[in-house]
Design a protein around this ligand. Structure first.
Ligand code: ATP
Length: 445
């Protein structure tokens, strides 16, 4: 299984999805960069999430708050205290550091020497604002995007037509000084989160726990729609002592990665932890009025929080496969291995490849060019005329292009093209005049 992830990582580097950061300077651990296809894929995932949240749900609105905020926010949220710290153990010999829980016993798993006693290590990343570097200019890179939501909660209520219950959704970068980043883009120090905070009245007949259940189901359905197999997902109800410091209830949604079951999304009941603390620390009243009882109360919050890159890695692991001997007649030899990235069509970085059968016939390439120009305003397309047709199909298969279109000599007389689906391997002749409709229908199925 480890083999699978190594093959996937190598494919992602080779085809321009994910690069290690600062590679020409020998690398910069725990950060990654996203190449042409990775950038498209990440954007498509984010777009789908935002659409699910703010377009397909009632009463969820978007927000885009800053990475840098008043350091008081992190005092109020509890992130500067012990609540947001990991226990770190260090090896006396090789100096390697581990998260408490990652090591079993008192010896270093790397070199076998003695481990020092555990100590707390806060995960917030610090920086300085302005020219002076003193305690008054300390600021923090946000460790979760949702604090920007809580401190803007009143602004959103006052400036839009939302009423409790409603949600605010945000996508953005977060930073954590993880002790032991690893497993490729699974655990990094800079990553992106997609978080939705749902504000509800704890005295309503629909309780916060009912909303928790509601969003839990919705999130699972969405993850499955995005391409994760249900049997590769499991829900872990987290016991009180292991919960995040703000959570009254917590479910970790785990995915069966080649390196084991690991969390990809957290669903939390944060109660009134955030709004009540921000009221206390800021002196601003963040309570709202119950229209019926005329009492003021702090809304309770149900949160869904998923990492863009973790989800991307899960989707890529699910989509990746190798077929020995190939599954097409165009495979050159029985020993050849075909790589497939059978990814959810809507998030595929390239939707359509345009492949003229030959490259030295002006009528064919001219027609292919025409089709490319027709389709590119609707879909992310790639034009490819180099190499054999079999090789060109395989190049598209390994980046997950759902449709390949070939333009052949018949096209010149019947104005039809051959459309091949990555998912089914079926080929179909489609009239050029019908292509946009056909592809729209297929991709949005
Ligand atoms: P973990 O237990 O893996 O450290 P967490 O419980 O601290 O994760 P949350 O604070 O609930 O994570 O964050 C919500 C989501 O943000 C996670 O489910 C994950 O998808 C993503 N995430 C958190 N930390 C990282 C990281 N260091 N690198 C990449 N994604 C992350």
């Amino acid at each position: 299984m480890q083999d699978t992830i190594e093959k996937l990582i190598s494919l992602l580097k080779r085809r321009g999805f994910v690069y290690p950061s600062s590679e020409i300077y020998g690398g910069f651990g725990s950060v990654y960069d996203y190449g042409p296809l990775g950038a498209e894929l990440k954007n498509n995932i984010k777009q789908e999430w935002l659409k699910e949240m703010t377009q397909l749900n009632n009463d969820i609105v978007a927000l885009d708050s800053g990475i840098l905020m008043s350091p008081k926010i992190w005092e109020a949220s509890g992130h500067l205290s012990a609540g947001f710290a990991d226990e770190l153990v260090e090896c006396k010999g090789c100096k390697k550091r581990f998260k408490q829980g990652e090591v079993d016993g008192e010896k270093c798993p790397e070199c076998g020497k003695e481990l020092l006693p555990p100590r707390k290590f806060n995960l917030m990343m610090q920086t300085f604002i302005g020219p002076a570097q003193d305690s008054a200019s300390v600021a923090y890179m946000r460790a979760e995007t949702c604090q920007g939501i809580f401190v803007n909660f009143k602004n959103v209520m006052d400036s839009s037509r939302v009423k409790i219950p409603f949600g605010i959704a945000q996508i953005g970068k977060s930073f954590r000084n993880e002790i032991n980043p690893g497993n490729f883009i699974f655990r990094m120090r800079e990553f992106e989160q997609m978080e939705m905070e749902w504000f509800c009245n704890p005295n309503d007949s629909k309780t916060p726990n009912d909303w928790f259940e509601f969003f839990k189901e919705k999130r699972i359905d969405w993850l499955v729609k995005m391409g994760l197999k249900r049997e590769n997902l499991r829900l872990i109800e987290v016991e009180k002592e292991d919960r995040s410091h703000y959570a009254q209830r917590q479910i970790d949604v785990e995915y069966n990665f080649p390196f084991g079951w690991k969390e990809i999304e957290g669903i939390h009941n944060r109660g009134d932890w955030d709004l009540s603390n921000h009221s206390k620390f800021s002196g601003q009243d963040l309570k709202v009025l119950d229209e019926e009882t005329k009492d003021k109360y702090y809304p309770h919050v149900i949160e869904t929080s998923v990492g863009v890159e973790r989800l991307m890695l899960a989707l890529l692991c699910e989509a990746f496969s190798e077929v020995e001997g190939g599954r097409t007649t165009t495979t050159q030899s029985a020993k050849e291995v075909e790589t497939l990235l059978n990814i959810y069509k809507k998030i595929a970085p390239v939707k359509v490849a345009i492949l003229p059968l030959v490259k030295n016939k002006e009528e064919i390439t001219g027609k292919a060019d025409e089709i490319y120009n027709l389709l590119r305003s609707e879909f992310k397309c790639q034009y490819d005329e180099t190499g054999s047709i079999g090789r060109r199909y395989r190049r598209q298969d390994e980046i997950g292009t759902p449709y390949c279109i070939t333009i052949d000599f018949d096209t010149l007389t019947d104005n039809q093209v051959t459309v091949r689906s990555l998912e089914t391997m079926q080929q179909e002749r489609v009239a050029i005049s019908e292509l946009i409709n056909y592809l729209n229908k297929e991709i949005n199925k």
